[in-house]
Write a protein that binds this ligand. Structure first.
Ligand code: DGL
Length: 274
């Protein structure tokens, strides 16, 4: 039994989707969330920049005595997980790419899987590799959807503007595609995209499996904690703390898009990463 916190890292506020999944699954675990809001977005940045930022974030969380690191940011998971593991060989670590890919491999009816993600995640190619490890015959297409991040942060998760952007990115593989070519599984490879799930469900129809990595990542974290004897003793709900590298006010304003509970600016401690 280990009462120390689970460290959760993201480029910004979107990783709260993973924090929520952890809270739902492991309510007695304390959670320490770090959003590198000063340097967001990571999704347009090079592997070198993302890796350097992710290493700094991991160091800041390790200095605060976490027992496991959850890399909620898809871009860091895709570009930097290997380097993070090499830098902290004794720290248990879970990224979102493997759990999400395994879930997609499982959920897809015909193995025709479309991954939507940031530009940098797409460039890393980690999702297609991980999906094929889970399901060797899968045909995987990646689509970079940077506008979705901005839409979600603006709260535009439904209505004509959001619909038009969905059409822009997904018409060729879903809405206008022939039966053979059409995707049967959409893997949401970005922290922000679960907020668009209801709209995507409505536009793509019931036959498309929509998979996000948050809940499968929480399950993977549970497995690691249990197998290593690191789970917190069940009892009172764990404490949730927030760290950010820029405006606590903006963090608190955007948080309700991703979590159903209230986060105030006073709950968010501002730190500098170096
Ligand atoms: N958190 C990022 C991801 O999951 C999206 C936002 C960003 O680009 O920083 O890829």
């Amino acid at each position: 039994m280990d009462p120390r916190a689970i460290g959760v890292f993201d480029s910004g506020v979107g990783g709260l989707t993973v924090l929520k999944a952890l809270r739902d699954r492991l309510p007695w675990e304390s959670l320490l969330y770090l959003g590198d809001t000063a340097r967001l977005p990571y999704g347009t940045k090079s592997a070198e920049a993302v890796s350097a930022y992710a290493l700094q974030a991991a160091r800041a969380l390790v200095a605060r005595d976490i027992k496991i690191l959850v890399v909620a940011d898809n871009t860091s998971s895709a570009q930097a997980l290997g380097r993070l593991r090499a830098a902290f060989p004794d720290l248990p670590m879970v990224g979102v790419v493997e759990p999400g890919s395994a879930a997609a491999g499982h959920a897809s009816a015909r193995g025709r899987i479309i991954v939507i993600a940031s530009e940098s995640t797409v460039a890393a190619g980690a999702y297609p590799n991980a999906v094929r490890r889970a399901r060797a015959e899968a045909r995987v297409t990646q689509i970079a959807c940077p506008l979705f991040v901005a839409l979600v942060e603006e709260g535009l998760v439904d209505g004509p503007i959001a619909e038009q952007v969905v059409r822009h990115y997904l018409a060729a593989n879903f809405l206008d595609a022939g039966e053979e070519e059409r995707g049967d599984c959409l893997l949401l490879g970005c922290t922000h995209f679960p907020a668009l799930s209801p709209l995507l469900r409505r536009m793509l129809g019931e036959r498309v499996a929509i998979v996000d990595s948050a809940s499968t990542t929480a399950r993977a974290v549970e497995d690691v904690l249990e197998s290593r004897g690191l789970a917190a003793p069940p009892g009172a709900p764990g404490v949730i703390r927030y760290l950010a590298t820029d405006s606590p006010e903006r963090f608190a304003r955007v948080a309700p898009i991703f979590v159903p509970w209230t986060v105030t600016a006073r709950d968010v401690e501002m730190i500098t990463l170096e």
